[in-house]
Design a protein around this ligand. Structure first.
Ligand SMILES: Nc1ncnc2c1ncn2[C@@H]1O[C@H](COP(=O)(O)OP(=O)(O)OP(=O)(O)O)[C@@H](O)[C@H]1O
Ligand SMILES: [Mg+2]
Length: 243
């Protein structure tokens, strides 16, 4: 199988540099996400995690380096092109449309598509998140934090992504809802969606992940299997609190 498709990862970043104005915040980022994996991106505040996610979806453009989707360079592609090609993002702090209803928010996720199957996708997403089904006409801004997170994930799923990039999906949620989010991520993986996830809950993220990368001031300082990172003494001291 891998001999046939050349083992090309679903996503690959090659030597990616990103700057905001004169300040460079990502330095030579190399990483890859293979089909079917859950990969997590860990690191302290301001290390460049969200910037990496934004570079993948295209809201931020790299100075240098290449972003490849199944081996095809997508640097020049618009955000809509990338969504059409199967990339979706659950942005940091959820960024739902607070004045639109739940239903309208979900339909925004299908903006790159048209036609009949949008209704079927809506039903599928509401099957994953039944709480949203009870609140279809409620405005997004009045949902609880946990419900807004479900809405942000549901909206991303409406584009039928192959690669779902999630920027701190458990942020600000009570422990029981954090578990729901991680259970959902695992469910999505078993449905065939590849996940690239930023998380501050490093231990929980590594528990469900296949591999992880650690960013420090814009550089990848560690890359290993999830088990390897969980057992790494430097990781335990700096990020896991399990030393
Ligand atoms: N639009 C912007 N203009 C200028 N600087 C920015 C911009 N966005 C981010 N930065 C800076 O880039 C650096 C990396 O930010 P980024 O949001 O990627 O970090 P992060 O790892 O996601 O942090 P956190 O854990 O706090 O979410 C920070 O120093 C931040 O201030
Ligand atoms: Mg961030």
């Amino acid at each position: 199988m891998s001999a046939l498709n050349g083992g090309e990862p679903l996503l690959r970043l090659e030597a990616v540099d990103v700057a905001y104005g004169a300040i460079q915040v990502l330095h030579g980022i190399d990483l890859e996400v293979r089909r079917g994996e859950i990969v997590c991106l860990l690191g302290g505040n301001a290390s460049g995690k969200s910037t990496t996610m934004k570079t993948i979806i295209g809201t931020v453009r790299p100075l240098r380096g290449r972003i490849l989707l199944e081996g095809r360079e997508i640097n020049g592609d618009s955000i809509a092109d990338r969504v059409r090609a199967g990339v979706a993002i659950v942005p940091e702090a959820r960024r739902i449309f607070s004045r639109l209803t739940v239903r309208e928010n979900l339909l925004m996720g299908a903006f790159v598509r048209s036609g009949a199957d949008v209704d079927a996708d809506l039903e599928r997403v509401l099957g994953i998140f039944p709480r949203l089904k009870e609140r279809l006409v409620q405005s997004g801004g009045t949902l609880s934090g946990g419900e807004q997170q479900m809405l942000a994930i549901g909206r991303a799923l409406m584009s039928r992504p192959r690669l779902l990039c999630m920027d701190e999906p458990s942020m600000g949620l009570a422990p029981v809802l954090v578990e729901t989010v991680f259970d959902t991520v695992q469910q999505l993986q078993s449905d065939g969606i590849t996940i690239f996830m930023v998380e501050q809950n490093a231990v929980m993220a590594l528990d469900i992940a296949d591999r992880g990368y650690v960013l420090q001031t814009g550089r990848i300082v560690l890359a290993d299997t999830a088990q390897g990172l969980l057992g790494n003494a430097q990781m335990q001291r700096a990020y896991l609190g399990t030393a």
